[in-house]
Design a protein. Structure first.
Length: 111
């Protein structure tokens, strides 16, 4: 599991690589949530995540609540078809904006 964070033009970009399952979800949560304490614009790049269990979805919901509590925006980028399908079926897509590319997400958050 790898998690990297950068800031470009007041937009925080967090990139996650590796599966987010019951074994790794707590690590992801422990690393990502502190990175987003005062973040108003967040891009979560999941293009290197092939699998996400319900534990991973729970982390996404916590992240959404964290950013929304500051009236911030979050965009998920690069969801695999399987993760996108799971999020659609479970209703999680109503909480997030989803885009294919970081560049498109940057444009959306700057506008």
């Amino acid at each position: 599991m790898q998690i990297e964070s950068t800031i470009q033009n007041d937009i925080t970009i967090i990139t996650v690589a590796g599966d987010i399952d019951s074994r790794s979800a707590s690590t992801v949560q422990d690393q990502i949530i502190p990175m987003t304490i005062d973040v108003k614009k967040l891009i979560l790049d999941l293009s290197k995540v092939d699998y996400m269990s319900s534990a991973g979805l729970r982390v996404l919901l916590l992240l959404y609540r964290q950013v929304a509590s500051h009236k911030g925006q979050i965009i998920l980028v690069g969801l695999s078809p399987a993760i996108l399908d799971t999020m659609s079926v479970t209703g999680f897509l109503k909480f997030f904006t989803v885009m294919d590319k970081i560049e498109a997400a940057m444009t959306a958050l700057q506008g």
